[in-house]
Design a protein around this ligand. Structure first.
Ligand SMILES: [Zn+2]
Ligand SMILES: [Zn+2]
Length: 306
């Protein structure tokens, strides 16, 4: 009986089933994270213009760091792929693929690889995830685990260091700063109607300018206000809240509204904050409760009228 190299649990392999799963999940996040890192590298200039720091040196230093991290990830993955290929007799091919010069009949759903197939972080991490059980048979499985988790964050310590890839992408994180509170008109009952465009601020930014009404909004104050009203929530929270309010909306209906773009995604929940774009692939979408309540009310009116 061997021990899990991470938690020392008794296991037939060098990783227990929980840590095999964590490793597989970490590898599964790499395609998304590296593509986001690529965005960070190529779009840094534009972001800096928006944020207002156009300092040439800062920009190139951050870009340099991100590019280096990208090549570190490539080297790390290529190293583990070649270890598994050499020591464990595996072939580096995606699932259901054979080399482009393969001769013979192909099985159903299988196909030949394109000529000049090159490994990318996405292909390598998917391949490693597919062979995660073979990796767990290796005595150095703990090293692979630590290197991957070092990139994507340790699931055993969710409040700890988020991992190098997540940290590099997080630097450009913009957080939800609440809907624009600027009054732009009056309703039938004379109540103020706010502009309500979702505002986002980069860490440390004190004032944001609304894209629609061009008003400047205090980030801190508006964020507090938005938290107080607790309007944005994930799908699960939203449907549950509606049930609590006795305003049940069937999930199917909610998806129809989403498909028809009557309901839209206001952002994603990431580590307790709301961000405009996903940082991890698993970050859930958030929706506006108020928007869905209005839609439900309208749907009821239509039903009554027909
Ligand atoms: Zn373990
Ligand atoms: Zn506005």
């Amino acid at each position: 009986m061997s021990q899990c190299k991470v938690c020392r649990a008794e296991s037939g392999l060098f990783l227990c089933s929980r840590h095999i799963k964590y490793l597989e999940d970490g590898l599964g996040e790499i395609p998304w994270l590296t593509s986001e890192l690529q965005v960070t590298i190529t779009k840094r200039d534009r972001l800096h213009q928006v944020v207002g720091h156009s300092d040439q040196d800062t920009r190139s230093v951050i870009n340099f760091g991100a590019s280096r991290l990208h090549s570190d990830v490539e080297i790390l993955l290529a190293d583990w792929v070649s270890r598994l290929v050499h020591d464990n007799g595996l072939q580096f091919l995606p699932k259901y693929k054979v080399p482009h010069d393969f001769i013979g009949p192909l099985l159903l759903h299988w196909s030949r690889l394109p000529r000049g197939y090159t490994p990318t972080p996405t292909r390598m991490s998917r391949w490693l995830a597919h062979h995660v059980n073979t990796a767990a048979m290796r005595e150095d499985a703990g090293d692979l685990y630590r290197e991957i988790i070092g990139l994507t964050g340790d699931p055993d310590k969710p409040q700890g260091y988020p991992g190098r890839l997540v940290a590099a992408i997080n630097r450009r994180t913009k957080l939800f700063a609440g809907p624009c509170p600027t009054p732009i008109g009056y309703g039938e009952q004379g109540e103020e109607i706010a502009c309500a465009i979702p505002l986002y601020a980069v860490d440390g930014q004190e004032v944001v300018t609304c894209k629609r009404c061009r008003h400047e909004v205090d980030v801190q104050e508006n964020r507090q206000q938005a938290l107080k009203t607790r309007d944005l929530m994930t799908e699960a929270q939203l449907l549950e809240t509606l049930d609590t309010l006795d305003e049940h909306v069937p999930r199917v209906t909610f998806y129809e509204w989403l498909k028809d773009k009557q309901v839209y995604v206001h952002g994603y929940l990431h580590e307790g904050g709301i961000v405009p774009k996903k940082i991890r692939n698993s970050d859930p979408r958030v929706f506006s409760l108020a928007q869905v309540r209005v839609l439900r009310w309208q749907a009821m009116q239509e039903k009554v009228a027909s």
